[in-house]
Design a protein around this ligand. Structure first.
Ligand SMILES: NC(=O)c1ccc[n+]([C@@H]2O[C@H](COP(=O)([O-])OP(=O)(O)OC[C@H]3O[C@@H](n4cnc5c(N)ncnc54)[C@H](O)[C@@H]3O)[C@@H](O)[C@H]2O)c1
Length: 280
């Protein structure tokens, strides 16, 4: 079992200043862990660390910059001595329709949502292995990493599917080092993720106030506000880490969407199996 107790463990959480990352930080601190929260939002980091108290510290870190992730890892070791839990949670929405999305926007989403996870793993896994006490990685993917169609775009869905596949690989490859891995796969959670697109390269110079009045933004705002609480997601993610679950789902009502995708995979696989060109 990779992690059985959280007392005196240390977690590093990206995107930990707000939303789901802060929900996970709260849940870990409540169970006795130290947390280092890493984020690009300095103001939110300061208020989060104040709220979390003496077991928490903060570091400014853009997960799309491997040097910044390395510096944040060094700061974590300096502050807490060891690190056991890595939560690769920072992520952005964004990306438009096929044929209408700039390559700069694509790269921006991939650099944060996928490469940010990769940098976290490559930099922190050696640190977790080094103390031999075991550890855990939670990668925040999305339900959009299992089934598409909820209104999120190509770059987002592609990176979230990638994070699910990567997490399954990490789980298989790191088990022998007593390091577990889960993919956190929520649907709508009441956070500010819909504002992240305002930082996309194609949004440079955008009138954000006006954009927030647009019907598209207002619709997404209403959907997210109807979502579940990031604190509930944080508590459940920690419970599922302790139970060593591969997939951390938070919205049972969307099970039929996953079933539909699995049925399509089964049927298409069967079509291949039924074709004489593929039989022995
Ligand atoms: N809110 C939802 O409905 C929902 C659903 C499924 C998955 N998710 C995923 O949950 C994760 C957290 O999102 P959230 O909903 O809490 O959104 P949020 O915007 O409220 O929080 C994300 C945090 O990440 C930080 N961040 C953004 N880019 C960063 C970067 N380059 N480096 C470091 N920090 C960065 C932000 O400053 C913010 O504090 C994301 O990976 C998102 O894709 C969210």
């Amino acid at each position: 079992m990779a992690i059985t107790s959280l007392e005196e463990k240390t977690a590093f959480i990206t995107g930990g200043a707000k939303g789901i990352g802060l929900g996970i930080a709260r849940a870990l601190v409540a169970k006795g862990s130290n947390v280092m929260i890493a984020d690009i939002d300095e103001g939110a980091l300061n208020s989060a660390v104040q709220e979390l108290g003496g077991k928490a510290d903060a570091v400014i870190c853009d997960v799309a910059d491997p040097a910044a992730v390395k510096a944040a890892a060094d700061k974590t070791i300096e502050r807490f001595g060891k690190v056991h839990i890595l939560v690769n949670n920072a992520g952005v929405g964004g990306g438009g329709k096929p044929g209408e999305t700039t390559l700069e926007d694509w790269r921006w989403v991939v650099d944060i949502n996928l490469m940010g996870v990769v940098y976290g793993v490559e930099i922190f896994v050696p640190l977790i292995k080094s103390h031999g006490e075991g550890g855990y990685i939670i990668n925040t993917a999305s339900l959009a990493g299992h089934a598409v169609g909820a209104g999120t775009g190509g770059p987002y869905n592609a990176t979230k599917f990638a994070v699910v596949g990567y997490s399954e690989t990490l789980r298989a490859q790191l088990a022998k080092h007593n390091i577990g891995c889960s993919a956190l796969c929520p649907a709508w959670v009441d956070t500010e993720i819909h504002k992240s697109g305002f930082r996309a390269p194609s949004s440079a110079g955008l009138d954000v106030k006006a954009a927030m009045q647009s019907p598209r933004f207002q619709q997404m705002d209403a959907v997210l506000k109807s979502g579940i609480s990031p604190n509930l997601v944080g508590e459940w993610a920690v419970d599922c880490m302790l139970a060593n679950r591969m997939h951390i789902f938070t919205h049972p009502q969307f099970a039929p969407g996953i079933e539909e995708r699995m049925n399509e995979v089964r049927a298409d696989y069967q079509a291949c199996a039924d074709d004489p060109r593929f039989s022995e």
